[in-house]
Design a protein around this ligand. Structure first.
Ligand SMILES: Nc1ncnc2c1ncn2[C@@H]1O[C@H](COP(=O)(O)OP(=O)(O)OP(=O)(O)O)[C@@H](O)[C@H]1O
Length: 294
């Protein structure tokens, strides 16, 4: 749907980028294309409620997330049962969903794409009736690494790498009982990913079979892996060939329940959601209309 009235929601703190020209760029492209628009800046406090109020009054047909995956996810929650669509100007540090939708990180290009309004209906994963996941959600290793990275208070690839190697040295195995596709399985694993999309922001392909609109998501189970085999698994993930690893199992599901023997930290689209013993995940097919380059 070609947008007529857009609400740009800007996270001034996302990513590590200069946003000083963003307002000018938005106004130039919207004016050129004769679009009505408004701006809203997030504060990190009750943003969802404030945006909901703003949207009740403004009635935009397109809500544009100008930020990272956390901002995208928050706006998607507001759009689930609404006729309005989601647009993205990728200004986060990782921009996982924008990457999946082939949206350029260049602001002008992503604005031009918005004006055309080519959109798809994508699935989302509902988790514990409380959260939604558009991209990737996981229990175990990656969530702990994100926690470590956030606690370090540093930014950038170097500190990310530090958290990665630090977490590797402390990686743990947990036991999970998983119910899916009418069966039950107990596995020992270091990480379980609930994957709607394919890759982490680093480019590592975690789920080569992903499709955003196939009415399913993938459970990707990472079994305990000796450190000596980690390099080959990392290489396989960057080559999109993770399926051939003996340490990885992938299942296509519409819903799943995961019981963790020891409670595990959960992350959804890059945001930590606390420690959980039980996870319930279910696909909501085609629940979100999003502007895409695909
Ligand atoms: N004005 C603000 N000041 C501080 N924090 C904010 C503000 N606005 C939003 N936030 C916080 O930013 C987080 C979302 O950030 P977002 O995911 O968009 O960017 P990012 O973390 O840099 O990118 P990515 O998820 O792609 O790595 C949320 O936790 C939200 O509460």
């Amino acid at each position: 749907m070609q947008p007529k009235k857009l609400l740009f929601i800007i996270n001034p703190k996302s990513g590590n980028n200069d946003k000083s020209t963003l307002e000018k760029q938005i106004s130039r492209v919207c004016d050129k294309n004769k679009k009505e628009y408004a701006l809203f800046y997030t504060t990190g406090e009750n943003d969802k409620e404030k945006i909901e109020e703003k949207q009740d009054e403004y009635q935009a047909d397109t809500l544009v997330a100008c930020g990272g995956d956390g901002t995208v996810n928050m706006i998607a929650q507001l759009l689930l049962n609404s006729p309005a669509q989601l647009g993205i100007i990728p200004l986060g540090s990782a921009n996982g969903l924008a990457y999946e939708l082939d949206i350029e990180e260049d602001v002008e290009e992503s604005l031009e794409l918005l004006m055309i309004g080519n959109s798809i209906s994508m699935d989302v994963i509902q988790i514990n009736d409380e959260f939604i996941c558009l991209h990737l959600s996981d229990l175990g290793f990656n969530a702990k690494m994100i926690k470590d990275f956030e606690e370090s208070g540093e930014r950038g690839m170097l500190s990310y790498a530090k958290s990665f190697f630090g977490s590797l040295m402390e990686k743990k195995t947990n036991e999970f009982r998983i119910e899916f596709n009418g069966s039950e399985k107990t596995v020992k694993a270091e990480m379980i990913v609930m994957a709607n999309a394919s890759s982490y922001g680093t480019g590592a392909v975690i789920n080569p079979e992903s499709k955003l609109d196939d009415g399913t998501f993938e459970l990707v189970i990472f079994k305990p892996i000796p450190l000596k085999d980690l390099l080959s698994l990392t290489l396989e993930s960057f080559l999109g060939d993770i399926k051939s690893s003996p340490y990885v199992e992938i299942y296509k599901v519409e819903k799943a329940k995961i019981y963790c023997k020891e409670a595990e930290l959960l992350q959804i689209d890059g945001e930590l959601k606390g420690v959980n013993q039980e996870i319930k995940a279910e696909i909501l097919q085609g629940a979100l209309r999003v502007i895409s380059q695909k």
